[in-house]
Design a protein around this ligand. Structure first.
Ligand SMILES: Cc1cc2nc3c(=O)[nH]c(=O)nc-3n(C[C@H](O)[C@H](O)[C@H](O)COP(=O)(O)OP(=O)(O)OC[C@H]3O[C@@H](n4cnc5c(N)ncnc54)[C@H](O)[C@@H]3O)c2cc1C
Length: 415
């Protein structure tokens, strides 16, 4: 059965790798094409909330990942001047509430765990160094035009999933006119050994420091051996790409004002190497799918990182898409439409919530007074409760997404 059901995926980021694994589990063969010769990620961490860890654990990656993850006990929110505004409980509290843990992890560790599972799966064929440049839809499915160095080739499948990220080349080919919009923020990232920073900066927590036109997030990764730092500033530097080297002195000058307390400034002075990213997103758009071709992850709904959900949404997409394809293996176009319908509203809400956090985090001094009063009065448990809609999201096993999310009936004529 599986051999006549080859699905093409463009891009082996967290979204593409997750989709390959989940489609293989739903009974498909997968050809996964990645333009990079090797899958590697410049050093950085990501947070994985329960809506994502639940899926990774259901995929059987729990014990493999446990060797690499850190489980933060809470999220502590401070002002730039050093006073604590609130502490949101995570750890055992969040796991009990959501039935899955909140993790932080080095991105390369997550990517490696997914990659190992892909390589061990006989139904997935991974083609590194292969760029998907275009596609044609025909009566028997999709043909993708690929290039490996100077050699052109074609791959055929019943469907094509474009998981090719923010700068997707396949998105415009689907007729989507929306383009990434620069949001006038730059994210600077660095890693430092936990043993070299003061105790307050290596606490087993995610810590968030809010200042005017800038904020900082840091948390342990590599089971606590390293601290991942993300410093975000309002900026006009708009160069696209993933790993520009950042000038340390330039970053430090952005945090040199009196409003940032000395311990934070000393902490930021620790790393020698910073990389920086200009931040883009796209207003929610539709449709994502055309016949047997669809978008997934950042290609479909790139978002600002202020809710730590981009990778989580790509993992959720993969679970829902595999579920829909598993239920309609002989009607891929219908499966794609259902996938898109099941995902669009949620991912748009997350995109908007991430933007809203960005505004709240960088408020002017006058606006920040009200924000700080609200955070102090609300308190951590209520702040966590506000995110129940986000974290308490379940896919369970393939086949169950439709039931849980009250997707339309399985009969195509119901549409
Ligand atoms: C500063 C920052 C912090 C973040 N923190 C978090 C966090 O804490 N938690 C979280 O969940 N998310 C976080 N994110 C978001 C997260 O990194 C992304 O949303 C996620 O990596 C998107 O995965 P993806 O697979 O959709 O795309 P990508 O990771 O961009 O992968 C796309 C892949 O496709 C390949 N590719 C591109 N074009 C082609 C082509 N034509 N043919 C073949 N291959 C192609 C690329 O080489 C790449 O490997 C953060 C982002 C930033 C910038």
């Amino acid at each position: 059965m599986a051999s006549s059901r080859n699905v093409l995926i463009a891009g082996a980021g967290i979204g593409g790798l997750s989709a390959a694994l989940m489609l293989a589990r739903s009974g498909f063969r997968v050809t996964l094409m990645e333009q990079a010769e090797r899958l590697e990620e410049t050093g950085a961490g990501i947070q994985l909330s329960p809506n994502a860890t639940r899926i990774l654990i259901e995929m059987g990656l729990g014990s493999r990942l446990k060797a690499d993850v850190f489980e933060p006990k809470g999220i502590t929110i401070h002002t730039a001047s050093g006073s604590t505004l609130a502490r949101i409980p995570l750890g055992a509290d969040a796991e009990k509430r959501y039935g899955a843990p909140y993790w932080s992890i080095h991105r390369a560790d997550l990517q490696m765990a997914l990659l190992e599972a892909v390589q061990a799966n006989p139904d997935i064929s991974l083609r590194l160094g292969t760029r998907v440049e275009d596609f044609v839809v025909h009566a028997h499915g999709v043909s993708a035009a690929c290039r490996r160095r100077s050699t052109a080739s074609e791959e055929h499948g019943i469907a094509l999933i474009a998981a090719d990220g923010l700068w997707s080349v396949l998105r415009p080919r689907l007729g989507v006119r929306a383009r990434p919009q620069f949001r006038k923020r730059t994210a600077w990232r660095a890693l430092v050994p936990a043993s070299t920073v003061d105790a307050e900066f290596r606490a087993p927590e995610v810590q968030l420091w809010l200042g005017r036109s800038a904020h900082i997030v840091h948390y342990p990764v590599k089971t606590g051996a390293l601290i991942n730092i993300v410093a975000i500033v309002d900026d006009n530097w708009a160069e696209p790409g993933w790993a520009a080297s950042g000038d340390r002195e330039q970053l430090l000058s952005r945090y040199s004002q009196w409003s940032w307390c000395a311990p934070v400034r000393d902490f930021l002075a620790q790393p020698d190497r910073w990389t920086k990213w200009a931040l883009y997103d796209i207003d929610p758009f539709s449709p994502w799918s055309d016949g047997p071709v669809t978008l997934l992850g950042d290609a479909a709904h790139p978002m600002l990182p202020f809710l730590a959900q981009g990778a989580a949404m790509a993992i959720e997409d993969a679970a829902v898409l595999a579920d829909c394809m598993g239920r309609y293996p002989d009607d891929v176009a219908s499966a794609m439409r259902r996938y898109e319908r099941a995902r669009r509203r949620r991912t748009a809400r997350v995109q908007n919530a991430a933007r809203s956090n960005g505004r709240t985090y960088h408020m002017s001094a006058a606006e920040a007074v009200l924000r700080n009063i609200f955070l102090r009065l609300a308190g951590g448990p209520l702040l966590l409760y506000r995110y129940n809609w986000l974290y308490d999201w379940h896919t369970a096993t393939p086949g169950s997404v439709a039931r849980e999310h009250k997707l339309p009936s399985a009969r195509p004529d119901d549409e």
